[in-house]
Ligand binder design. Structure first.
Ligand code: ZN
Length: 296
């Protein structure tokens, strides 16, 4: 099964439900970053959460999630676009913690104390930013807490990543449900009951079930309409030109120092580990650019 996301809306249009499978892209991220089992689960949950949140935005908009905790993983950074692409990395990929209740302990790795920062680029002059304390460090609960605290939108978020003993990611996915005003108590009670009955997300996908089946369970007993399906991918936004811009932005002093001390520059993208090499000549050209006054 390739990765994709499905969205549905209740017939009264006040409940939106999203479900997605992300196994392939989480496995890709695991290979890129060489993450430990728990770090893979943490990064996978955060990337899946980012994609679900991104799907609630409008075309061309995107968001970034920054989880900073007091655990050995230190942080998780994720950027997701409304078009179904995501990239991410963790602070310490090799960080590992003992199991908790015979399961990977994501909150133990990230830490249960810290902050979740959500930055939304909505195409306006200034990006929108919301910050909340981590609720548990389990990622899904933290995202739901962000919505209720920062945006006053009641939400339920379920995220799961199954990592095999050899480190391979064999199942990943999640769901997000939001109720919009006017909220009907009966509908909310039914949703809560439905969410309670759903097995762990990873069990669901390991059984070979689809995101459509997950949505059907979420909306069980209520009429809903499937709105569409979006393929999902791990995709980085970096490139030679972007890295050049970052080097130019360092300024003349830093660039001159780099040329004098190292005579070259090696830049590695944190999101996808792609390496960019700059020779002395190339750096000297960038130095000329840095010396130019900014274009009006
Ligand atoms: Zn990159």
């Amino acid at each position: 099964m390739t990765d994709y996301l499905v969205r549905a809306i209740s017939d009264r249009a006040n409940v939106i439900g999203l479900a997605c499978v992300t196994t392939a892209l989480v496995e890709e991220a695991r290979k890129i970053h060489g993450t430990s089992r728990t770090a893979s689960a943490a990064l996978g949950r955060a990337m899946t959460g980012g994609l679900l949140m991104g799907a609630l935005l409008k075309k061309g908009q995107r968001l970034a999630l920054k989880f900073e905790g007091n655990g050995p993983l230190k942080k998780i950074i994720v950027e997701a676009d409304n078009d179904g692409t995501v990239r991410g990395f963790v602070g310490v990929p090799e960080a590992e913690v003992p199991f908790k209740d015979e399961k990977l302990n994501v909150s133990g790795a990230l830490g249960s104390q810290g902050l979740l920062t959500v930055i939304k680029d909505l195409g306006l002059k200034e990006p929108y930013q919301g910050i909340v304390n981590l609720l548990s460090g389990e990622i899904g609960e933290d995202i739901a807490f962000y919505y209720s605290e920062s945006e006053q939108i009641p939400s339920a978020v379920g995220l799961g990543v199954f990592v095999e003993p050899d480190g391979k990611v064999s199942a990943a996915g999640g769901f997000l449900v939001q109720t919009l005003p006017p909220t009907e108590v009966k509908m909310v009670d039914r949703l809560i009951e439905n969410i309670r009955k759903i097995p762990r997300v990873t069990e669901f996908f390991r059984d070979g079930k689809t995101p459509e089946a997950l949505l059907a369970d979420l909306f069980s007993g209520a009429t809903c309409h499937v709105l569409g399906k979006t393929p999902l991918f791990f995709r980085c936004r970096c490139g030679q030109e972007r890295v050049e811009k970052i080097l130019v932005a360092l300024g003349k002093v830093e660039l001159s120092k780099m040329i004098d001390e190292q005579g070259k520059a090696e830049v590695t993208c944190e999101f996808c580990r792609t390496g960019y090499h700059f020779s002395r000549k190339e750096l000297e050209n960038l130095l000329l650019e840095a010396g130019r006054p900014a274009e009006a």
